[in-house]
Design a protein around this ligand. Structure first.
Ligand code: ZN
Length: 172
């Protein structure tokens, strides 16, 4: 089932999300719904607070090449446990901040630990777009958006545009 994606500014996008302590079927289904929502948007990642659920859950699929098999990932309690000194700059966007893009610099490589859909603890290394994406999504769980890395003026400009967009959408 497709969920509604919250748009910035929204107080729920600024909250620190609670760890998942009990991996219920409801949370597994939420993960499935989030993947459906992400693919349809389309996007390469989505975090639970973006659909209004303040739990530490993200989904990703950064496979972009046409014809390559999809690699959907559902990650509960994801945590960066090591970051490279090497940095990488990508032009980032966000499904909660449509049509706004900006360069963000982050560690080029990160080791991440999480609980998968079956409740198993997994650790893996993420590089390139996957590294950027997983860090962007984990940031969401701490109430942090990619525009928080920008200079205040740029951030305010984007937020003003979003306020205007939301007003227009509300008017219908
Ligand atoms: Zn985002």
């Amino acid at each position: 089932m497709k969920r509604t994606i919250l748009l910035h500014p929204d107080p729920r996008l600024k909250k620190v999300c609670a760890p998942v302590t009990d991996l219920t079927d409801e949370l597994r289904l939420l993960g499935d719904d989030m993947l459906t929502t992400m693919y349809e948007a389309p996007g390469v990642g989505l975090a639970a607070p973006q659909v209004g659920v303040l739990s530490r859950l993200i989904v990703l699929d950064c496979v972009k090449e046409e014809g390559e098999a999809p690699r959907p990932m559902i990650m509960f309690n994801p945590e960066v446990i090591a970051s490279s000194d090497d940095l990488n700059t990508y032009e980032e966007g966000c499904l909660s901040i449509p049509e706004q893009f900006a360069d963000v610099t982050r560690p080029a490589e990160v080791d991440v630990r999480w609980i998968d859909r079956n409740g198993k603890e997994v650790t893996d290394t993420f590089t390139k777009l996957w590294a950027t994406c997983v860090q962007h999504e984990i940031d969401h769980l701490d109430g942090k958006l990619f525009i928080d890395y920008l200079k205040p003026l740029r951030r305010q400009m984007i937020t003003r545009k979003m306020v205007k967009l939301k007003r227009e959408l509300a008017r219908g």
